[in-house]
Design a protein around this ligand. Structure first.
Ligand code: NAD
Length: 467
């Protein structure tokens, strides 16, 4: 093969799995190339996922506060309006800043970026089709970090105008009157929240009998009640038969309890999950095996069935979360450098960035039960938190699950304001194998929302003070 460029490591995909692995590998002294098929770095998370959705969630939450909450604080506002162009432009600026930031980090770490589509060869070569032709790369190690893509459902063809996926929902030019969201998972609830706050009627169609099925059941039920109070409508145990665009509207045929009905709306957002993105990688030809669910099969060291080729993130088993992918990327390259990289899957937090937020780590109560663990459980409501009352954010609670005999913390669930920030304390506690008493005896600043974590921990032992 003429003119191959040689690297210690070629990473395919510049999302939070790939770009973080590339940077850590460069820090460890490797000569690294990162191949990306899109024109910017950052993958789904930075370009069309976590970051832009958080930008829109932030803006829409401010709007909702001004509309519904300011008056409780004695703040009057006249003529409140939303400028959709600015709303979307600000999100684009945030994305641009952050994707540009990764380009800067690549430069600083002397990582070679190659924009094109990569195909893996049996000899661990990577051929990249760029706009200027094919580039051949050879590497000691190859990491596939190509992420995932939205799943489509039969009978619901996404046209990008009236029937859209999450990427489409990040770029609407006007607020839809009625939006049907198919799938009551994380994406449906977050993006549904954005438009509910801006005034859309949101109707969530969920196939299962509850929303956000990975949540602790008690947390999920309370969460649904809070979102319903905010005006979101939930149709559970509902099957979508088809969705047909008629001009500017869509007719969605659904089946629930054996009866069919039609919902007419302005937009349909399809958010029924994501699947590994393996298109065009040439996996079968290279002898890289997939598992029964179409994910790249890897061993405990992230190695695929082709020696020296590894895979991390959404394209392999496990939760499809940006931070899980990053942790795997770091652990893997540290292992390749002879270090002891490791991922503790029991302490990977997950967050739904609605308002209130939901954040959890470790076992749900149902998981603890199913595993036959002798556990104890406590709950402390934000209604009893001085800071939450001062903020006028009294919905939700902290729920802790600990081993009954050893007091070791097994799971933590926060439904409430800024839960995403508060969960970090509990992740660290679990990472350190802490007991509930360790948290209960730790001084928490007053008045903070985090005192509710301490109170929930106290409730597992000597008793909470403020309830
Ligand atoms: P999801 O798996 O979270 O939820 C999909 C939901 O759709 C489920 O509740 C499922 O029961 C339902 N569903 C499936 N088929 C259906 C059908 N035909 N009709 C009605 N309902 C149906 O998937 P998602 O919300 O699309 O998110 C995709 C992935 O991205 C997830 O793994 C998620 O964790 C990840 N993600 C995470 C975050 C975050 O961490 N905040 C944000 C966005 C996405």
């Amino acid at each position: 093969m003429a003119d191959s460029q040689n690297f210690d490591l070629v990473v395919i995909g510049a999302g939070p799995g790939g770009y973080v692995a590339a940077i850590r590998a460069a820090q460890l002294g490797m000569n690294v190339a990162c191949v990306e098929k899109e024109s910017t770095l950052g993958g789904t998370c930075l370009n069309v996922g976590c970051i832009p959705s958080k930008a829109l969630l932030e803006s829409s939450e401010l709007y909702a506060q001004a509309k519904e909450k300011f008056q409780d604080h004695g703040i009057g506002l006249k003529d409140l309006s939303i400028d959709m162009k600015k709303f979307i432009d600000r999100k684009d600026k945030v994305v641009k800043q952050l994707t540009g930031g990764i380009a800067g980090l690549f430069k600083k770490n002397k990582i070679t970026s190659i924009f094109g589509t990569a195909q893996v060869g049996r000899d661990r070569s990577v051929s990249v089709t760029t706009k200027d032709g094919v580039v051949q790369l050879l590497a000691k190690h190859v990491i596939i970090a190509t992420g995932s893509q939205p799943i489509a459902i039969p009978g619901v063809e996404m046209d990008g105008k009236t029937i859209i996926d999450s990427t489409g929902a990040l770029n609407l030019s006007e607020v839809p009157g009625t939006m049907v969201v198919i799938g009551g998972g994380v994406i449906g609830l977050e993006l549904g929240s954005v438009y509910a706050r801006l005034g859309s009627k949101i109707i969530v169609l969920e196939a299962l009998d509850r929303i956000a099925p990975s949540l602790d059941v008690e947390v999920g039920k309370t969460f649904q009640r809070i979102l319903s109070k905010q005006g979101m409508e939930f149709h559970l145990s509902t099957k979508v038969k088809k969705a047909v665009s008629k001009g500017n509207q869509v007719e969605v045929t659904v089946e629930a309890e054996g009866k069919e009905s039609v919902i007419v709306c302005d937009k349909v957002l399809v958010a029924v999950g994501r699947k590994p993105y393996v298109t065009g990688l040439g996996l079968a030809e290279a002898g890289i095996k997939l598992d029964e669910r179409g994910r790249i099969d890897v061993n405990d060291h992230f190695e695929t069935s082709l020696k020296g080729v590894y895979a991390i993130g959404d394209v392999i088993k496990g939760a499809m979360l940006a931070h899980k992918a990053s942790e795997e990327g770091v652990a893997l390259v540290e292992q390749l450098a002879g270090q002891a990289g490791h991922v503790n899957y029991h302490t990977i937090p997950s967050v739904v960035y609605t308002w209130p937020e939901v954040a959890s780590v470790g076992f749900t109560e149902e998981e603890a039960k199913a595993k036959g663990v002798d556990y104890k459980v406590s709950k402390f409501p934000f209604l009893a938190s001085g800071r939450a009352i001062a903020m006028n954010e009294k919905d939700g609670f902290v729920k802790l699950i600990a081993d009954k005999k050893t007091d070791r913390l097994l799971g933590a669930h926060i439904l409430g304001p800024r839960a995403s920030d508060m969960i970090a304390e509990l992740v660290i506690a679990m990472e350190f194998g802490s007991s509930a008493e360790d948290i209960a005896r730790t001084c928490h600043a007053h008045p903070t929302l985090a005192e509710s974590v301490k109170e929930a921990a106290l409730a597992l032992g000597t008793g909470a003070i403020h309830i």
